[in-house]
Design a protein around this ligand. Structure first.
Ligand code: ATP
Ligand code: MG
Length: 230
């Protein structure tokens, strides 16, 4: 199974907000053995949201959209998703009932709070007012991180693949010196190898448990540990 994430928000594009939602969701999805193949950030603009959702749902098994829910003027995600499916927004009685059952006064809810695309199913928001929704293979979640995380358990089981084993080997050598060993470990073992330089070089190995363990052992015997001075 493969997935695309769509992050909606002018503030993400401007650098005012760091896209921690995509990082968090990416990790949750990957640990279920599902590949995240795209993360696209789009502005709060109906046409951009609709076009991106349509491109991604044609190409990937599922699309997870976050941000831009609720009734404020710049929250147009539901409208964009509705446009992608050629439907319109409609007030959801289920959302209203859920909010009232959870202590919100119906007359105090701002206009549009309960609107989701007409053909979508509601996703309840246990941490806030704006509901999410699922329509076909597209999941729409709020942008507020606590709300997005609170709703993830409602949809997590729809994301299932073959969980991969992961091992990390830290090397205290410049990445340029590791090139041959990185190539060799890839040739010798059936693993996917990622190399991420920082203060140390973090080498990430993924695959079947046995292959990952053997590859990690092989590498640890051949790279300098961080802090080694000789
Ligand atoms: P609400 O219904 O509360 O308005 P929303 O779905 O409309 O939520 P946004 O208006 O897009 O969410 O964002 C609300 C706040 O959530 C932002 O000010 C920002 O702090 C945070 N936020 C939004 N998107 C992200 C993201 N991708 N990563 C981290 N934080 C985010
Ligand atoms: Mg908002």
């Amino acid at each position: 199974m493969d997935v695309a994430l769509v992050t909606v928000g002018d503030e993400i594009l401007a650098g005012d907000t760091v896209n921690t939602n995509a990082a968090w969701l990416g990790e949750r999805i990957a640990e279920r053995g599902v590949d995240v193949e795209r993360i696209t950030v789009v502005p709060d603009r109906v046409e951009d949201i609709a076009r991106t959702v349509n491109e991604h749902r044609a190409e990937y098994d599922a699309v997870v959209v976050t941000g831009g829910l609720g009734p404020t003027h710049d929250d147009v995600t539901m409208e964009g998703v509705a446009a992608a499916f050629g439907t319109e927004l409609a007030a959801s009685d289920e959302a209203r009932e859920w909010l009232v059952d959870n202590g919100y006064a119906a007359h105090k809810l701002a206009d549009g709070t309960t609107h989701i695309p007409r053909t979508a199913d509601l996703l309840e928001n246990p941490e806030g007012v704006a509901p999410g929704c699922v329509i076909d293979s597209v999941y729409v979640l709020p942008g507020v991180p606590a709300e997005m995380k609170g709703m993830w358990p409602e949809i997590a089981d729809d994301f299932s693949g073959e969980p991969r084993a992961v091992a990390t080997v830290e090397a205290g050598e410049p990445e340029s010196k590791l090139i041959d060993r990185l190539l060799e470990v890839q040739e010798l073992f059936d693993v996917r190898v990622g190399s991420y330089p920082g203060d140390t070089v973090r080498i990430k190995l993924q695959g079947e448990t046995e292959d990952v363990e053997s590859a990690a052992r092989w590498l640890r015997e051949r790279v300098e540990e961080p802090g080694d001075t000789d």
